[in-house]
Design a protein around this ligand. Structure first.
Ligand code: SF4
Length: 312
């Protein structure tokens, strides 16, 4: 099957054929919509610094906006710069991270702050290559910071963007992550200075309108959407529902809750009561926290958050 036929669904007997020239997203439509529909998120305010945007990107990985917002606001008030964050202890940072989950992100953010303050004059690098050398920064975060903090014309691809492009441009319900994603999205970016706003708008459309389960096509600003034109053919991806209850992640969270709530090292028995359902699972979770460097053991055998394991 040729790429043309695959994109149009021609060989599936569909009546509507979308010409190759429509394999794009009309930037005027998207930008007009974004200007009036964008959410008023605190990290989008003009006075927010690149570091504070970087903090928001760390926190937003796998965590919804509503949970991130209060933690981010408190965080940047307390540690507005990389050097302020670097000067904080690991345990303070882990406590401030609270219940955002995936606390390795907090540890990596702290390490990132240390490198920026010591090797980059306390200024977040602006180019993707240098950003990629920093702790905790991968392909998505590097481009998101370059784009949202420095208005770079770079493709920013998260699950929301991937979904909108799969639907509007390729006529598919969904699309698994692929090495082609960056080129795919780069080809859609406008050539002018609106490219960074286009990137933000694409992501916003996926987050608020073209959502995974309930796309609100009735209010979608895109006049051309191949998936809609094709009659919404079913996707092929089998979605795994991410459960939390009963997982090692939940147990790790329970153990971290005990440690965060204590200003001094705790005994093994204090940790043990946090999860009595499955003791082998609890032991495994504690081991993994020790391996990740989020928890330390004191010389007298108690447990503490990273950085608080020294007995005075
Ligand atoms: S028309 Fe529907 S499926 Fe297509 S991009 Fe808009 S919301 Fe998504």
């Amino acid at each position: 099957m040729s790429a043309f036929h695959a994109d149009t669904g021609f060989e599936l007997g569909m009546a509507v054929i979308v010409p190759e020239s429509d394999m794009t997203i009309e930037s005027d439509e998207l930008l007009r919509w974004y200007a009036q529909a964008r959410r008023d998120l605190p990290w989008r305010k003009p006075e927010v610094t690149p570091w504070q945007i970087l903090v928001s990107e760390f926190m937003l990985q796998q965590t919804p906006v509503s949970r991130v917002e209060p933690i981010w606001l408190a965080w940047i008030e307390r540690w507005p710069t990389p050097s302020a964050t670097a000067a904080a202890g690991s345990a303070e940072v882990l406590r401030a991270w609270g219940k955002l989950g995936y606390p390795r992100r907090a540890k990596r953010l702290h390490e990132c702050a240390v490198v920026i303050s010591s090797h980059h004059d306390d200024v977040v690098p602006a180019d993707v290559e240098t950003l990629l050398t920093l702790p905790g920064i991968g392909a998505y975060t590097a481009r998101a910071v370059a784009c949202f903090a420095y208005s770079a014309r770079v493709p920013v691809v998260d699950t929301n963007v991937r979904r909108v492009v799969a639907r509007a441009v390729h006529g598919r319900a969904d699309s698994p992550a692929s090495v082609r994603d960056l080129d795919d999205v780069a080809a859609l970016l406008p050539d002018d200075a609106t490219a960074p706003v286009f990137s933000a708008a694409l992501m916003e459309l996926g987050a608020t309108v073209c959502t995974a389960r309930n796309p609100r096509c009735g209010i979608c600003p895109l006049s051309v959407c191949r998936w809609r034109t094709a009659g919404f053919p079913a996707g092929t991806e089998v979605k795994r529902v991410q459960k939390y209850a009963g997982t090692d992640r939940q147990v790790r969270g329970k153990l971290m809750d005990v440690l965060r709530a204590s200003s001094s090292p705790v005994t093994r028995a204090q940790l043990d009561v946090a999860w009595l359902t499955d003791t082998a699972q609890r032991d495994r979770a504690l081991d993994s926290l020790l391996v990740d460097g989020l928890v330390e053991q004191t010389t007298d055998g108690r447990f503490a958050l990273a950085g608080e394991g020294e007995i005075p």
